[in-house]
Design a binder for this molecule. Structure first.
Ligand code: C2E
Ligand code: SIN
Ligand code: SIN
Ligand code: FE
Ligand code: FE
Length: 391
């Protein structure tokens, strides 16, 4: 095919993808989408995104088609807490600190006179061979570098790894610039939500928001496993995940209406106090009453229903089984798991063994048994999340 025509098609496609990126709300969904499309454009097997945090680049998202095929728990790699310093000693650090893209044909053959070397750590733990790597800075419209995108192992028609070419570099750079603006916005959205939660629920300036980060992340991973098992449509899964994480983070925002005396009571609640506490589900629902967006609808559903139980003994309505929304059933599992395994003002942390026994024992009673199956199928992903968002 004529190369110019192929490129015009690609540019048109690029513009429509850029437009779609602006509708994604959640940061991880956005990084997922950016990597997926950058890989599609270059026919690349893998990729990672690092985001700048102070003097470091934090490994923030990753995809690897080859490893994902043979390792069902590959998602745990997303939650690794790997980081590199913002200096020229690593490939990512070099690109992040100089702003120069690097296009390397084989990272195992980097000239030793160069300041940067490839870190083989991920190749070793995942039994993978990284070869061609294209690394591009992520720059905002103010030319500020907020991270780098690495696209790994371009493939030809026969699935052989080949170097990236100048065209790939051009497309990925254009893409990266537009993606940066969306990333900045999504980071801001997450910051605002975390601040709102700190104000509403915790009222404690020392609280890092890790509890809600964990609940949101457990929720999307349980959902993904369940949805794939059920054969839900791929695009539907991506769209729901984008909203679910944020809505799950907001599950307890109705606690804004609960007084500190009850919310922070060190001991057991009286029946009367517990009845007041239960109203946080109803106040939460009211906060999203307008329902102008899909996010409002799901947030409202989760706020009202995350304390319902599968056997109908929960509150506020005593809904049974699938009468409770899917989001509510998922967050019930994520929330209770996190409450039991953590220290709360009113209780000590349980041992992991006791928590897992409880979760299993409550399948079909408190929890949706199929969702509990999914939860147990992804335990190492759950543990990686616990590690990433430790108090
Ligand atoms: P939370 O701390 O986020 O806990 C969420 C849910 O985890 C609880 O919902 C309950 O289903 C489960 N959970 C937490 N601790 C235990 C436990 O020791 N044993 C068992 N079996 N399950 C547990 P629940 O009970 O509807 O409570 C909702 C919220 O009310 C809690 O959110 C917490 O903020 C508050 N709360 C509940 N009990 C007490 C208490 O005795 N003292 C204080 N200060 N707050 C409490
Ligand atoms: C680097 O960019 O050299 C470090 C991260 C990686 O191993 O890809
Ligand atoms: C909460 O009550 O949900 C906050 C306590 C915690 O983050 O462990
Ligand atoms: Fe709650
Ligand atoms: Fe909670």
């Amino acid at each position: 095919m004529n190369n110019d025509i192929a490129n015009i098609d690609k540019v048109t496609e690029l513009l429509s993808i850029t437009e779609k990126l602006n509708h994604i709300k959640d940061l991880d969904s956005l990084l997922d989408n950016i990597l997926f499309n950058a890989r599609l454009f270059t026919n690349a097997d893998a990729g990672s995104i690092y985001l700048k945090d102070g003097e470091n680049l934090i490994f923030s998202y990753t995809q690897n088609e080859t490893v994902a095929k043979r390792d069902k728990s590959h998602n745990r790699m997303i939650y690794s807490s790997f980081k590199v310093p913002m200096n020229t000693s690593s490939i990512a650090g070099y690109v992040g600190s100089t702003g120069e893209p690097l296009n390397i044909d084989d990272v195992y053959e980097i000239d030793t006179s160069l300041p940067y070397q490839f870190n083989k750590k991920f190749d070793v733990i995942s039994d993978y061979r990284t070869k061609s790597v294209l690394t591009i800075p992520l720059r905002t419209s103010r030319q500020e570098i907020i991270g780098v995108m690495q696209i790994i192992n371009a493939k030809d028609k026969d699935e052989q790894v080949i170097p990236f070419d100048e065209n790939d570099k051009l497309f990925v750079s254009f893409f990266a610039n537009n993606a940066s603006i969306a990333i900045e916005r999504a980071k801001m959205t997450r910051e605002i939500i975390l601040r709102m939660i700190r104000m509403a629920e915790l009222r404690d300036p020392k609280e890092t928001g890790h509890h809600v980060n964990r609940v949101g992340t457990y929720a999307i991973e349980i959902y993904q496993h369940y949805a794939e098992k059920k054969g839900f449509d791929k695009n539907e899964i991506k769209k729901y995940k984008d909203i679910l994480r944020i809505a799950a983070m907001l599950h307890d925002v109705g606690k804004v209406a609960i007084s500190d005396t009850i919310l922070k009571k060190p001991g057991k609640l009286t029946d009367e106090e517990y009845n007041v506490m239960k109203t946080h589900t109803l106040s939460g629902e009211q906060l999203f009453d307008d329902k102008v967006s899909e996010l409002d609808v799901i947030s409202s559903e989760i706020a009202i229903s995350h304390h319902e139980k599968w056997d109908g003994t929960g509150y506020p309505k005593g809904l049974k089984g699938e009468e409770t929304s899917l989001g509510g059933r998922i967050v019930a599992i994520a929330d209770v798991f996190d409450a039991l395994i953590s220290t709360r003002v009113y209780k000590d942390a349980w041992t992991e063994e006791d928590v897992l026994l409880y979760m299993k024992e409550q399948a079909g009673k408190q929890f949706d048994p199929e969702l509990i199956d999914s939860f147990f199928s992804i335990l190492d992903v759950i543990n990686a999340i616990r590690n990433k968002y430790r108090e």
